[in-house]
Design a protein around this ligand. Sequence first.
Ligand SMILES: Cc1cc2nc3c(=O)[nH]c(=O)nc-3n(C[C@H](O)[C@H](O)[C@H](O)COP(=O)(O)OP(=O)(O)OC[C@H]3O[C@@H](n4cnc5c(N)ncnc54)[C@H](O)[C@@H]3O)c2cc1C
Length: 812
Amino acid sequence: MTKSPRVVVIGAGVVGSALADELTERGWTDVTVVDQGPLFAPGGSSSHAPGLVFQTNPSKTMTEFAAYTVRKLSGLTLDGQWCFRQVGGLEVATTEARWTDLRRKHGLATSWGVEAALLGPDECAARHPLLDPAAILGGLHVATDGLAKAVRAVEAQARRAIGRGARFLGGHTVVGIGRQDGRVTGVETDQGFIPAEIVVCAAGFWGPRIGRMAGLTVPLLPLAHQYAVTGQVAALAGVNDPALEAGRPILRHQDRDLYYREHGDRIGIGYYGHRPMPIDVDDIRPPGDMVMPSVLPFTEDDFAPAWRESVALLPDLSGTKVEEGMNGIFSFTPDGFPIMGEHRELAGFWVAEAVWVTHSAGVARAMAQWLVDGQPGTDVHECDLNRFEQVQLAPDFIEERGKQNFIEVYDIVHPLQPMEKPRPLRTSPFYPRQRELGAFFLEGTGWERPYWFESNAALPATVPARDEWSARYWSPIAAAEAAATRQRVAMYDMTPLKRLEVSGPGALAFLQRLTTNNLAKTVGSVTYTLMLGHDGGVRSDLTVARLAEHVFQVGANGPLDEDWMRRHLPADGVQVRDITAGTCCVGVWGPLARDLVQPLTRADFSHAGLKYFRATSAYLGEVPVTALRVSYVGELGWELYTSADLGLKLWDTLWAAGREHGVVAAGRSAFNSLRLEKGYRAWGIDMTTEHDPYEAGLGFAVRMDKGDFIGRAAIEGRTAETARRRLTCLTLDDPAAVVMGKEPVFAGGSAIGYVTSASYGYTVGRTVVYAWLPAALAAPGTALAVEYFGERLPATVAAEPLFDPQMERIRR
Ligand SMILES: Cc1cc2nc3c(=O)[nH]c(=O)nc-3n(C[C@H](O)[C@H](O)[C@H](O)COP(=O)(O)OP(=O)(O)OC[C@H]3O[C@@H](n4cnc5c(N)ncnc54)[C@H](O)[C@@H]3O)c2cc1C
């Protein structure tokens, strides 16, 4: 490939145009942006988006995307006209639940570096005089939020890109994707073929149609959403300079699914409270004279509640009425995140889809970095095209979850709250038994995963009472299950964890190249290792069991691990197979685990017979198992794998044998607590591609002397001592206090870091918190505070792990 490859971007909306700008800025100047519609308002969502930019989001990545959009567009003008008006953003609460949640959101903003303030009703009304202070309890104000003028931002960024050599072609409809030998060769348009080494689909809600041309499922659902504009509001007459459009903050009234902005002396009202209105991408009109394909006729009846609620919040609206409205189309995905990345089966075909104006520049920058530098420069695992399991790509799933995301877009969503439909999807072979035991299930990647079992309700547990928020999707039963694990023995369903089999004569060399630890060990070895990106960031952590000379079982984190492996497969000699669905796993852990398991088998499960971090094949009764002597909960025991057909038999065998030892079934609530007491990190929560192994406390899994591996050059010379930030263990000083994750951490009056994982540690008797902190503040004994719903909870840095640092409980 030449240094500056030929790139075609499909779509001249706010994403495509930002991408052309970012690519050309990085020296990739051979960029052609094609759009079926006329430039620079070709008729997609960007052509009429009202452009409200609220930066704060539960996701750090999404917040950073938005913050970059704000910074970038604030510095842009088009012929002297603004592209971004920093009028501030105000989210008001009319219910106690929302007011409480705004305090949590204030914490999120602080964690991600966005300055925000909580205001009382009068202060809100002072900033936005149309507000009735009597109707609200308060608001969250972010001074740097504001309005993006999407159409101008499209043209301003396009002009910059054109100035560096890019071409923008309106009236070019892409009708096919060229390919040869698994690589993209260009795009076929109604005006002819445009060759390219790289094609990026930024076609907004048309993405699924373009995806089909490339043999790719783009899992998004186009939905119509109502936006209306009033006539003149008397109180606004003459207030705003027409050229500036707005002076008051953009406003959200999420308790009623509404948002507002000024259009001079009129008010624009967006509404998410109506029924979901999915649109079939094939029914969307092509652009043409006077046709805005993304705009459908306004359905007045759907808007009636919005108007009533708007007048209640902004009484001055009673003197006017809605003068124009539309049902505008844009994209919703199954999990609410954008879709970014490269098609695995068609090299060079990339997508940047389901992106709001809010995140457009941030997404475009990450895409450009990904293309030019090989890595997106920020953690995009939540947005990665390849994050979905196959079942999540079913059209019915995409539709159901897309609609649900529309409904919930302004809801207060608890971090553990699952979507209710479609469920159940994936169940382990133990599911019938788990139901009999009264499992409380939550869903993850389609799997039903027990969090605790009502059958354990009678077991003793002393645990402090909780506030309403942290008590959701939680039960004190988790404490009893944790105690049973530490004192006796428990069975954990580990089936949903992704398992890959990597086999073939080249398997060892392949895994050695992909991971940091040394896997060249005897058959039967088990190794904890990391996959790094080329920049040394942690892409994943894996537990690799060498089951035969050329067969490795890899405990992975999800579809992205398989994707990364497949992208690095040599031409022959290595196979990667996802064996998750065909197999299952029970973790049997606790001081009595050996008393339970050994009598079931003629194999030697003694400490000497099967050492810690060793694997063996055995029969438990009639059931053939692969046993890995590892423990994520810090107790003696094994992960016991068998094929799915024998799963129920395995469960029943273990259960029957365990009765005399007081075995319990235990769920993820207890599991999460136990792993944090032991300091075991969870990838994607505690560390991501943004962190190197030493910062994350995982230097022990790196063997610099084993030969080359991906990421090695980048981490050369780094050590735990050179790390400037650290994933750090804290405990909350008050044994009754609880936090949930993502809260800001304070030293003195300053926010200095954020929480990743947190759970009550039932053995240590206080909440265990992991947080990213500057290294200088990560020394044990340092007094800090964690902010939870506005309250600063004293916390102290602790030496880790908190539980059994000598590993005496595991190694015996
Ligand atoms: C009513 C409404 C209100 C909104 N409010 C906000 C808001 O306040 N804040 C916010 O952040 N976001 C908002 N959004 C969402 C936002 O508008 C979109 O997410 C964003 O504009 C998408 O940008 P895009 O560049 O990905 O897609 P688009 O702007 O849709 O661009 C895609 C382009 O691809 C072109 N294309 C498609 N198929 C082909 C083909 N076959 N050949 C050639 N070209 C093709 C289309 O013509 C189109 O121009 C709103 C959306 C709507 C509908």
